[in-house]
Write a protein that binds this ligand. Structure first.
Ligand code: ADP
Ligand code: 5GP
Length: 211
């Protein structure tokens, strides 16, 4: 299969893509994964204004529309999308470098971006995070206190259409009790590293030699 990017399935690292409605807890889960799993998070670029406490180069690379569009033209993104009236994109090089080095990478990106990655890199593992209920979603997104009321309503109004893409994902995790959700995502990572792949034939050859 011809691939648009130099991402390819022979890279030893695995690419995990996490999406879900705003407020479902993607960021919270990813933060825990960084602490507890052997995985790196891709830092996206966005034209959204930084929220209180967000750190340049850690939370996002914050930029203006012009610079963002220049980077799009230069082919610098693995994917990008306009989400809730701002641009967001995954810088290409760092992801490819990590995968080549055998390091697993998480992309925490919206559904449009995830679908673009899937078209070009079906070997990615796609995980959808769901809230336990709409009431809890509203409570979390409001409780986070980072968006205006208009921005919250815009985000909530997109939820049902976002959830309709769930069947394009490989896994879904309901983020009710945080510990359980984190544990499930970690189990998915472990399971994906236990798949039967070409590596198994090398192992079998080794057994044959040892016999
Ligand atoms: P997202 O990245 O999906 O937009 P966040 O990770 O920012 O969502 O979470 C939204 C809010 O919900 C945050 O205030 C976070 O602390 C809280 N939250 C996340 N997961 C849980 C959970 N399992 N139980 C209760 N609150 C949670
Ligand atoms: P937030 O503004 O809450 O940080 O993010 C808004 C949405 O943009 C979330 O659904 C988040 O997953 C998504 N997002 C963050 N970075 C990227 C990215 O690089 N590409 C795409 N397509 N979506 C992103």
């Amino acid at each position: 299969m011809e691939r648009k990017y130099d991402l390819n399935p022979n890279h030893p690292g695995k690419l995990f893509v996490i999406s879900g409605p705003s407020g479902a807890g993607k960021g919270t889960i990813c933060k825990r994964l960084l602490e507890e799993a052997d995985i790196e998070l891709s830092v996206s670029m966005t034209t959204r204004a930084p929220r209180n406490g967000e750190i340049e180069g850690v939370s996002y690379f914050f930029t203006d529309r012009e610079t963002f569009i220049e980077k799009v033209r230069a082919g610098g993104f693995l994917e990008y999308a306009e989400v809730y009236e701002n641009y967001y994109g995954t810088p290409k090089e760092p992801v490819i470098d990590r995968l080549r080095e055998g390091i697993d990478v998480i992309l925490e990106i919206d559904i449009q971006g995830a679908m673009k990655v899937k078209e070009n890199y079906p070997d990615g593992i796609f995980i959808f995070i769901l809230p336990p209920s709409m009431a809890e979603l509203r409570k979390r997104i409001t409780g986070r206190g980072t968006e205006t009321e208009d921005a919250i309503n815009l985000r909530l109004s997109k939820t049902l259409s976002e959830i309709s893409y769930i069947d394009k994902y490989d896994y879904c995790v309901v983020n009710g009790v945080l510990e359980e959700a984190v544990s499930r995502v970690k189990s998915i990572i472990t399971a994906e590293h236990s798949r039967v792949t070409e590596d198994v034939s090398a192992l079998i050859e080794k057994y044959e030699e040892e016999l």
